[in-house]
Design a protein around this ligand. Structure first.
Ligand SMILES: *Cc1c(COP(=O)(O)O)cnc(C)c1O
Length: 468
């Protein structure tokens, strides 16, 4: 398999070439030259596989520069019951006939980003070891991504993590999750500013090309193809659990922000997995819902980006969205570049044609939006009706899923986090604190490993120099 850019650069790259990279040189995102097709016999063979072996089968269709036995060992090291809590890894919780949650949030940081990040940690250690290189990952986080990256990279040979977060602005639980890590290769830097200040420091350091090269600075952001590929696996795993034969179709509703999760569903559907609908659920930050309804994609400024009670979906632009649009436009790289590279840069928006908008249905996409009031109502009704407590992001998904269910088609709602991560809103909805998973009862009282620094690019650079 080879990879090309969504903006027209046809230079073909292999998986391990793009593994440690971010954007393609022309500013586009990497996609495979084609989607391998799975037929009925393949689906039947995969149906009985353990999650780690299913992951191996899917990954090996996209990765031909890691020997098969090494890749199988990597997936078996990654997707274990010890790390993800159950032998199914992403078990279904049936709410009623035809409606189930698929649990993606039983990894170490209790959010779905672990599904991909845990694999990335293993792949990075493997590839860096093979090349005899080291990598210093620099990132900014307001919660889920940073902690998932740290838990994936902790103790990995050849990797250091420098994670910036806004001082005092994450929930006590999220701070405890990150700052309680004592591994020598994990560095928490709390910046006396807001998330955007952290993001700006990361950009400034990455733009200092000499520093970047000298200290092997890299990132693990959501546009990384390996992360997306890892997520394709659980759409297959969910489908196999929900069905008994390959003639059945299922739909998925996906709480969405940067479009990484649901883009993996799109890839699974393009491979031939019998998915009826892919329902994109947004919160008040409804950039994506607006696009699917109207064909207008309009990114928002920070003044227009709402801080909501499903904060991991608070985005102003969806960084993976370009991948789907590239496919929707018949893989026209020049057109994709005109929209994302030019129209967005110039006007902050673009509109596809009516004919192109009509094509969306062929790809199975639907969308909907949820608000704080919807979230509270859904958390309450799900608890009352099914005795299940869902987190705020999953509640957004459930609310929209109810609007999009079709008779005879099972709807799977991806559970993207556990409620304990967003306890304040659960208490607001139910009047009681959400349950805590075993072992995390006293996490806030563990010793913390974090340095507090002002908004100062040079200071962060000095800290990196002193700790690599
Ligand atoms: C990251 C995240 C999302 C959004 O996923 P995208 O891939 O950015 O669309 C939804 N819910 C939770 C809990 C998350 O951490």
């Amino acid at each position: 398999m080879r990879y090309i850019s969504t903006r027209g650069d046809q230079t073909e790259r292999r998986f391990c070439d793009i593994l440690l990279e971010g954007l393609a040189p022309d500013g586009g995102l990497y996609l495979p030259t084609h989607y391998p097709q799975v037929d009925d016999a393949t689906l039947t063979r995969w149906r009985g596989l353990a999650y780690a072996d299913l992951a191996f089968e899917i990954l090996s269709l996209y990765i031909d520069d890691i020997p098969a036995e090494d890749l199988r060992a990597i997936t078996r090291r990654t997707y274990t019951e010890a790390v993800f809590g159950t032998p199914e890894i992403t078990p279904l919780k049936t709410l009623e006939p035809g409606l189930a949650l698929q649990a993606l949030s039983n990894g170490p940081t209790l959010a779905f980003k672990d599904m991909a990040m845990q694999l990335l940690g293993q792949l990075f250690e493997y590839e860096l070891g093979r090349r005899g290189q080291t990598l210093n990952i620099l990132g900014a986080t307001s919660g889920d991504t940073g902690s998932a990256a740290e838990y994936a990279m902790r103790g990995k040979a050849g990797v250091n993590v420098f994670m910036l977060s806004p001082h005092g602005r994450m929930s006590p639980f999220q701070q405890a999750q990150m700052f309680s890590l004592q591994d020598a290769n994990i560095h928490n830097i709390a910046i006396e500013g807001v998330f955007d200040d952290c993001q700006d420091i990361v950009k400034a350091v990455s733009n200092d090309l000499e520093f970047k090269r000298k200290y092997q600075i890299g990132t693990v952001n959501s546009i990384n193809w390996a992360r997306l590929l890892a997520q394709v696996v659980y759409y297959f795993a969910g489908y196999f659990q929900a069905t008994t034969s390959n003639t059945e179709r299922v739909s998925f509703t996906v709480p969405s922000g940067n479009f990484g999760n649901v883009c993996a569903g799109h890839v699974a559907r393009m491979m031939g997995l019998p998915i009826a609908q892919l329902v994109v659920a947004t919160n008040e930050n409804d950039v994506l819902d607006e696009f699917f309804r109207t064909g207008v994609y309009r990114v928002r400024g920070s003044a227009e980006t709402h801080e909501t009670s499903s904060p991991s979906m608070d985005i102003s632009k969806a960084s993976n969205f370009e991948r789907f649009v590239f496919d929707l436009l018949g893989r026209d790289g020049a057109r994709t570049k005109a929209l994302f590279g030019e129209a967005i840069a110039r006007e902050g928006r673009f509109q596809i044609s009516a004919g192109e908008h009509a094509e969306i249905a062929r790809y199975g996409f639907q969308s909907g939006r949820s608000s704080h009031a919807d979230r509270l109502a859904t958390i309450r009704s799900t608890h009352a009706r099914y005795g299940v407590v869902v987190d705020t992001h999953t509640a957004d998904g459930l609310k929209v899923a109810q609007e999009r269910r079709e008779p005879g088609v099972t709807m799977l709602v991806l559970e993207t986090a556990l409620p304990v991560k967003f306890a304040a809103t659960i208490e607001e909805a139910l009047g009681t604190a959400p349950p805590r998973p075993a072992g995390l009862e006293h996490i806030e009282s563990l010793p913390k490993r974090v340095v507090v620094m002002p908004v100062d690019v040079a200071g962060v650079q000095r800290f990196i120099e002193a700790h690599v």
